[in-house]
Design a protein around this ligand. Structure first.
Ligand code: HEM
Length: 88
């Protein structure tokens, strides 16, 4: 599917958790942090704690003042959506 935004679920997000291909979600947005890892001031290991997960709480616990959305503007992948968006 090209030319269309396809939201990622937390389940799919969890498969991107290696240093070679790391995604992270904060406040409903999914970012590919792979290329930012070497530049993270707290080190790649710290940033990897948020890899493959919805890391909003972790992020806010460590540095709520960081303007992550600007820093990761070019790393934005897609919106996050709930695993089960609709009641069955
Ligand atoms: C600094 C952890 C995500 C940007 C730090 C530091 C830690 C840390 C421990 C402090 C380093 C020090 O002062 O020695 C984490 C963890 C993350 C995470 C566990 C997982 C969610 C991010 C993201 C960004 C980011 C997504 C933005 C792209 C920064 C910046 C600093 C920093 C700019 C320097 C902040 C300052 O000195 O005021 N991080 N980080 N971090 N991190 Fe993260």
């Amino acid at each position: 599917i090209s030319g269309r935004i396809r939201p990622v679920t937390p389940t799919e997000l969890s498969t991107y958790s290696t240093q070679q291909d790391a995604w992270l979600a904060i406040r409903g947005r999914v970012y590919n942090i792979t290329f930012y890892l070497p530049y993270h001031p707290g080190g790649p290991e710290e940033l990897m704690r948020g890899a493959g997960i919805v890391a909003t709480e972790l992020f806010d616990k460590v540095h709520p003042w960081v303007i992550y959305d600007s820093l990761l503007a070019k790393c934005l992948v897609v919106p996050l959506r709930a695993d089960r968006p609709y009641a069955e």
